[in-house]
Design a protein around this ligand. Sequence first.
Ligand SMILES: [Zn+2]
Ligand SMILES: [Zn+2]
Length: 390
Amino acid sequence: MQIAYEIASDLEFLTDLRRDLHQHPELGFEEERTSAIVARLLEEAGIPVHRGLGGTGVVGTLQVGNGTRVIGLRADMDALAMPETADRPYKSLVPGKMHACGHDGHTVLLLGAARYLARTRNFSGTVHFIFQPAEEGRGGAKRMVEEGLFDRFPCDAVYGLHNMPGLDPDEIAVVEGPQLASSDSWYVTFRGIGTHGAKPHLGKDPVTAMATFLSALQTIVGRVVDPLQPAVVSACSVQAGNPQALNVIPDFVEIGGTARAYTPEVRDQLDTEIGRLARGTAEMFGISADYRFERRIPPVVNHADATARALSVAREVFGAKVRTAFPPSTAGDDFAYFGQQAPGCYVWLGNGPAVDGALHHNTAYDFNDAAIGPGVTFWSRLVERELSAV
Ligand SMILES: [Zn+2]
Ligand SMILES: [Zn+2]
């Protein structure tokens, strides 16, 4: 892989910065330190900065020449509320917080590209460097959009990147179509009539209804959704009764879970069917059910034109190590909100083998610094090619 001199000579700085961010993880909408560093480095590179969009979000805008095309590149900055267990010299200094998804790396890749592009200015057009807060389930992208991200900074295309263990650090996957699933939450409350555990006939037992509901839940994916369409329904929380009161049948049971899909149709289907099953089960047992389906993040679906543009750059930078087929993830990413505003493409940059089996959101996960050079080069060439001077 060819890494430009200006990028290669910045790698030591970028690696130190990545490790510094790793040591100082901040949760969603609390990225005060991280976003201050981002804004300062952009300004030092001569890039005008807009602070405070979406709370701690930062947008840097670099305009060169008279090209009219505008693109947005997005990096997420937040960490996770979990302890770091692996010993490393730059281990998290904040108890209970760590960069277990590699967003420290994403931040540095985009900063590296901004620094390179501001120095070399070998393109014609406008690039917005979008540093997003709160990707991990706290709604950072949605808030940036609601606060006018694309009104202030309209984009003809928008790109996102995530590190991916299992691919080499000099390898990338650029694939058209679904990349990440929708990520929605659902809530069911079965309301019965609490009674003595020895006298169930005097009440209406919601616990048995809950058990019937849960044992039937997977029939939605197995029997209702098209077998060629991926879908996941999981119950992840069940709250009822009290382990200190084993002779009491409770009044109600609360169940919550997640639902994942790759198309709006299947997403609607999961919403409808979980509700139908909850109400039908309640009816069966003569009790009632409250149901709520909360739409959190749409699926990330790569647009054909943006994907073709990213793919041609990937082939130029990564040579033969470009994958055009890669299984979509059942995780979600709120980059989906950006992809609803402009043609979007979300790519997977290799992070090397999973060290000791540690994958995303594992207490030992770490971004691989060997991916900094390839990642910065990809972002930089994408801008130079997308906003071609010729
Ligand atoms: Zn994550
Ligand atoms: Zn992530």
